[in-house]
Design a protein around this ligand. Structure first.
Ligand SMILES: *Cc1c(COP(=O)(O)O)cnc(C)c1O
Length: 397
């Protein structure tokens, strides 16, 4: 076993060597610009892009022209929200989202509020789940879009997407989901779920950084988006800019590998995660699971070790890469907005560690992590204060 151990797969993932391999020719001999229509260099690059687009569409069960390439999920979310707001403001000026969304959804919503949109931020229960009745009651004749993530990047909670999608379709409002943590990890059925727009990212599924996808439904209903970056009118006029050909080829391969191994991998990660959770709860007192006990991403374990400060524990785990709160806001000392939204005690907010498991996580790494965590929690607790016995719902899935 090699140190340090990477257990932060929600922040990013290593590129699978099989992905690197298919990308390499597109940096060197096949370097053409797919927008160059006049010569072979361009044709070869364009063909690679279209083959990749078709493959991604096939794995998602949609049409190739419904796949738009962006620079990442942040851009996909921005394009979905601002693009729909700009194109459809006549239809409605109200957007509904959730308080536990990623900042790349929440911040565009804040921006839209400044330009006259009204945004409802739905609360969640202590497991991070929204109330469907509350969502239904929030939809008015002015509602244009509902944006709700598939699986949460901090606490792993999976929302009831099929019910949300059906509700949106019945009420005639558009439905966007940030599926960055879900695509390739759990089944996501765009058709059955009535998803109109869906964002995800290469680097969260063993592909390269700097590439994202936005699924944009092309029929029933056809979703028109206003481009947010003016330029050459690439990607059917939805997203200008020279396409990142190696990353596009890589993300198609990454998605293929993830989908093909999805069930097996999910079971393996669930087993490893359970091993960690069971060890923590059997050996330590005052251990709380954050997120939903059953409806959660298979690779996510978010645990509060009460009476232990999250950063102190993280620092004590010198050769294990984990995260406190969200990796995207580590410059921010405040507890994460996601944990805060759960309405749990301050103790839990300040002692939460996120373990993100992934394709290259081994059982030996999990065992080493278990030992180090138990050892350091005990050490830190002995120098702080005594504990009392308590814990919450047992994780079953
Ligand atoms: C990582 C992440 C993003 C941002 O993706 P980038 O490709 O890094 O811009 C958005 N949403 C969720 C849920 C994420 O986990």
């Amino acid at each position: 076993m090699k140190l340090p151990i990477y257990m932060d797969y929600h922040a990013t993932t290593p590129v699978d060597p099989r992905v690197v391999e298919v990308m390499l020719p597109y940096f060197t001999e096949k370097f053409g610009n797919p927008a160059s229509r006049q010569h072979q260099f361009g044709w070869i690059a364009a063909e690679a892009v279209e083959t990749s687009r078709a493959a991604i569409a096939k794995y998602l069960g949609v049409e190739a022209r419904e796949i738009i390439f962006t620079s990442g999920a942040t851009e996909s979310n921005n394009l979905a929200l601002k693009g729909i707001a700009e194109a459809w403001h006549q239809k409605g000026s109200h957007i509904i989202t959730v308080s536990t969304e990623h900042k790349s959804v929440l911040d565009p919503c804040r921006r839209l509020e400044k330009s006259g949109f009204q945004v409802t931020y739905l609360p969640v229960d202590e497991y991070g789940t929204i109330d469907l009745n509350r969502l239904s009651d929030s939809i008015t004749s002015k509602t244009l879009l509902v944006s709700i993530m598939t699986g949460n990047n901090e606490i792993g909670t999976i929302q009831d997407l099929p019910s949300i999608g059906k509700l949106c379709r019945d009420k005639g409002v558009f439905f966007h989901t940030d599926a960055t943590q879900a695509v390739g990890k759990i089944p996501v059925d765009i058709f059955d779920t009535n998803i109109d727009l869906m964002s995800f990212s290469g680097h969260k599924m063993y592909g390269p950084k700097g590439i994202g996808v936005l699924f944009v439904r092309n029929s029933k209903p056809k979703i028109k988006l206003t481009m947010q970056m003016d330029g050459g009118g690439h990607e059917r006029g939805i997203r200008s800019g020279t396409l990142n050909v190696p990353a596009i080829v890589g993300s198609a391969k990454a998605l293929e590998l993830s989908i093909l191994s999805m069930n097996e991998e999910a079971n393996r990660l669930r087993y490893l995660r359970h091993k960690m959770y069971d060890a923590f709860t059997n050996s330590l007192e005052d251990v709380f699971l954050n997120g939903h006990p059953t409806n959660r991403l298979p690779n996510n374990l978010n645990i509060s070790f009460i009476h232990v400060e999250d950063n102190a524990l993280m620092m004590s785990l010198k050769d294990i890469a984990v995260s406190t709160g969200s990796a995207c806001s580590t410059a921010d000392p405040e507890p994460s907005h996601v944990l805060k939204a759960l309405g749990v005690s301050n103790d839990r907010l300040h002692s939460a560690i996120r373990f993100g498991l992934g394709r290259f996580t081994t059982e030996a790494e999990v065992e080493y992590t278990i030992d180090r965590v138990i050892e350091n929690v005990n050490k830190l607790r002995n120098i702080s204060r005594p504990f009392r016995r308590s814990s919450n719902k047992v994780m079953q899935n």
